[in-house]
Write a protein that binds this ligand. Structure first.
Ligand SMILES: Nc1ncnc2c1ncn2[C@@H]1O[C@H](COP(=O)(O)OP(=O)(O)OP(=O)(O)O)[C@@H](O)[C@H]1O
Length: 300
């Protein structure tokens, strides 16, 4: 078990009775859609193209993200993976093509509207509010869903007080879900690196996304932490979320994803189950010449 992330003691309710994982999951995502329509496309990228001046970073890329799956997005450095995330989440404006979620186009929507539509993400470089506690960082994400007005907050109306209490309960449940509830009151910048990554995931989950996009969540992790992260990603999927994962670590990608899309020079070169991708000649060729590391890069 790594130093930065470990099993937590059983959570108990106000009456001291232990709370089950299922009960925690219900508090974490009360409105989540149970994967009744598992396998249906949730998000569809259709001929998505992003250009930076003369450079085509994403070139007519088409694929579906199916409800309830963990989809890996892989490719050598500079292949266009992050650009793809950024185009989906409103950071970059695609030059052409479309991104739809449940059939509704996300093009032209502002970032917060895309969050509200149900896409949340983490970043390659951790972006937390360093001075805020772990719990406060999560509550910020929850606040995006609140309905009380500014006067409501100033005059502390019953609704505001109720929402505040619910936020704290849900925030704690989310921290529990990602395995760092014991650090709730620590300033996020003082948390070990692995905990900060988990906190980012908890904060993204606070918005109750339909799709959670993880951009290299295992960067800087040791093998034990990677194992624990794989478990957490599976737990997130099993709890009814759909996950899009950009990750360089092939063992992790092959071990945790249901399907994989491979990009090279902005183009999709393969799509399929992990075993298929591992043996795909185009994928092997794309990774040839990429420096191989024991735990990083290289297919297989
Ligand atoms: N804001 C930008 N302005 C200009 N070029 C960009 C911008 N963002 C990305 N690019 C270029 O687009 C291409 C794809 O980059 P991108 O970051 O999407 O690749 P990636 O697959 O995520 O790579 P990595 O694995 O190294 O993170 C690269 O050539 C990159 O230099």
């Amino acid at each position: 078990m790594s130093e930065s992330s470990g099993p937590q003691e059983a959570v108990t309710g106000p009456d001291g009775v232990p709370i089950s994982q299922e009960e925690i999951a219900d508090i974490v995502a009360p409105d989540r859609e149970i994967a009744v329509s598992e396998g249906e496309p949730l998000v569809q990228l259709d001929e998505l193209t992003v250009q930076f001046g003369g450079l085509t970073a994403l070139d007519h890329v088409t694929f579906d993200i199916k409800r309830g799956e963990i989809l890996g997005l892989i490719g050598p450095n500079g292949a266009g993976k992050t650009t793809c995330f950024n185009a989906m989440t409103g950071v970059y404006k695609p030059s052409s093509g479309n991104v739809t979620m449940e059939g509704v186009s996300l093009l032209g929507k502002k970032r917060h509207a895309i969050t509200r539509a149900g896409i949340a993400r983490t970043f390659q470089n951790i972006r937390l509010f360093g001075e805020m506690t772990a719990l406060e960082n999560v509550v910020v994400g929850l606040d995006a869903r609140h309905r009380t007005s500014v006067p409501g907050a100033i005059f502390r109306t019953p609704r505001h007080v109720r929402e505040e209490r619910e936020s704290i309960d849900r925030g704690m449940a989310l921290l529990e879900f990602v395995g760092i509830a014991d650090q709730a009151t620590s300033p996020s910048r003082s948390l070990p690196y692995g905990y900060q990554r988990r906190l980012e995931i908890a904060r993204a989950l606070a918005t109750e996304p339909k799709l959670l996009c993880l951009d290299e969540p295992a960067a800087g992790f040791n093998p034990a932490e990677k194992q624990e992260l794989m478990q957490l990603i599976r737990q997130i999927r099993d709890d009814g979320y759909t996950v899009l994962l950009i990750e360089h670590d092939m063992k992790l990608v092959m071990g945790v994803t249901d399907r994989i899309v491979v990009l090279e020079f902005g183009r999709k070169i393969a799509e399929g189950a992990p075993q298929q991708i591992q043996q795909d000649p185009a994928v092997i060729a794309a990774y040839l010449g990429v420096e191989e590391d024991e735990d990083d890069d290289g297919v297989a």
